[in-house]
Design a protein around this ligand. Structure first.
Ligand SMILES: O=c1ccn([C@H]2C[C@H](O)[C@@H](COP(=O)(O)O)O2)c(=O)[nH]1
Ligand SMILES: [Zn+2]
Length: 159
């Protein structure tokens, strides 16, 4: 009888790899973010990454930081989590209690969107803005709304 495989990746690893693949599509030179939303039956509901509104071309887009909001990328980028919610083609009731896998801890604006979309859990890879005001607001929002969050374990790595 064939031996059973012992190195099968977990659901957490699988969905985080999907989120990681999504972030590879991002044109942001500084921070690429991917998000994958999976339901409680381990089905992928949607995927997104941080990018421009569809009619704005990469060439026309200011991909840098600037004190001038007109020339600052943050004024224009749609966040990975927002794109994942917008890309979802099903009914929002199917997203109740879903888990979002994100390569970067969600900002406070995304935290609000995820709560309102019904997501019940956030699993993140990196929390590089931990301790910033935005990050504290995000965590307070999630805590207040009963959305749990945890850092993913990737025993097989990401390659
Ligand atoms: O919740 C989040 C927070 C940020 N992003 C995106 C938005 C930007 O494209 C980058 C952040 O750029 P920095 O140069 O690190 O400020 O990440 C997101 O998709 N989701
Ligand atoms: Zn965000």
């Amino acid at each position: 009888m064939a031996e059973q495989r012992s190195d099968v990746i977990s659901w957490d690893e699988f969905f985080m790899r999907v989120a990681f693949a999504a972030k590879l599509r991002s044109k942001d030179p500084n921070t690429q973010v991917g998000a994958c939303i999976a339901d409680t039956d381990h089905r992928i509901l949607s995927v997104g990454y941080n990018g421009t509104p569809h009619a704005i071309t990469d060439e026309a887009f200011p991909w840098g930081d600037s004190d001038d909001p007109l020339n600052d990328k943050h004024s224009y980028v749609i966040h990975a989590e927002a794109n994942a919610i917008l890309n979802f083609r099903g009914s929002l009731k199917d997203m109740q209690g879903a888990t979002v896998y994100v390569t970067l801890f969600p900002c406070h604006e995304c935290a609000k969107l995820l709560v309102q979309a019904g997501v019940g859990e956030v699993v993140y890879l990196d929390d590089k803005y931990a301790g910033t005001m935005d990050n504290l607001i995000s965590k307070r929002t999630l805590d207040s709304c009963g959305v749990t969050y945890r850092k993913v374990q990737m025993p097989h790595g990401l390659s």
